[in-house]
Design a protein around this ligand. Sequence first.
Ligand SMILES: NC(=O)c1ccc[n+]([C@@H]2O[C@H](COP(=O)([O-])OP(=O)(O)OC[C@H]3O[C@@H](n4cnc5c(N)ncnc54)[C@H](O)[C@@H]3O)[C@@H](O)[C@H]2O)c1
Ligand SMILES: [Zn+2]
Length: 330
Amino acid sequence: MRVLVTGGAGFIGSHVVEALRASGHEPLVYDVREDPGADVRNPAAVARALAGVDAVCHQAAMVGLGNGVADAAEYVSRNDLGTAVLVAAMAEARVRRLVLAGSMVVYGEGRYTCPRHGVVRPGPRAVADLDAGRFEPSCPHCGAELRPGLVGEDAPADPRNVYAATKLAQEHLAAAWARGTGGSAVSLRYHNVYGPRMPRDTPYAGVASFFRSALARGEAPRVFEDGRQRRDFVHVRDVAEANVAALESPAAPGVLIAYNTGSGQPRTVGEMAHALADAYGGPSPVVTGEYRLGDVRHITADSARLRADLGWQPQVGFAEGMREFARNTP
Ligand SMILES: NC(=O)c1ccc[n+]([C@@H]2O[C@H](COP(=O)([O-])OP(=O)(O)OC[C@H]3O[C@@H](n4cnc5c(N)ncnc54)[C@H](O)[C@@H]3O)[C@@H](O)[C@H]2O)c1
Ligand SMILES: [Zn+2]
């Protein structure tokens, strides 16, 4: 299969390119980082790039939290206008298969259970609670402490920041394209992706990257809140294989299917900091109690559908992946 990989020069996209090649496909990189003319918002350039292409793997995006609302126009431009231009050109070129880099951020705070009220959706956490070190979200009905559960793909969307809103809109655009053209679209909603070539020290870098940079400077990783916030750290090579599996899966014409893409083994941010510090030989992490207002407490989804439908299995274990990540200090 000849696959156009937008964002193919980026962290995840570059691994997708390698995985496609290893599976006997022909990836073509389309990325402004590599070629200033290869912008997904440029209709003529996209149309040229789509010639002879069987499928598109759309990784290009502006990622991270950025500067919040101040960056809104740039996020919408790159992520949503970019996706709109891309799907319009795909319709014109009759390319019928799209795999999109989705994100867990579309779920917001996720799924929780109250001992009395069952499954509930807590609102944003209050500053007063956070200042007082009360980090667990509480039941919107009775105030009881909640237990985090695994979010399924049919959970309601609840984007809590600009980036999340643009990732959700990308899915809606892809779904509209599928419906309008009979094409098949898959959104892989990635968890926290880590591994070689992860960007570092930018406002958009992930937490694993911040910790590693601190260790490389001989400083302790600074863990926010109480360190017990749960995430699912999934290795970038496993994410790349999920993309290959999605591109090779039998087409489901006319619809977008979403798959949570995680390791299936939630870890706390504190555990992750310890794993990296151990691999480095210290210093040990410190828990600071600081917080960022936009952060959600726990993000852990159920990736069972991806395993069942596409036969995908993560191959890189947490300890092994973190050891490799610590060793690969850029
Ligand atoms: N890293 C994560 O943990 C994570 C989690 C969830 C979702 N995602 C999604 O995965 C995808 C890849 O992210 P990443 O972590 O590899 O980030 P990245 O910044 O390393 O890669 C993105 C690439 O897209 C390119 N790009 C940006 N705007 C472009 C445009 N207008 N035209 C062409 N190319 C453009 C950039 O040059 C870059 O190479 C994104 O869609 C992101 O939203 C990432
Ligand atoms: Zn309750």
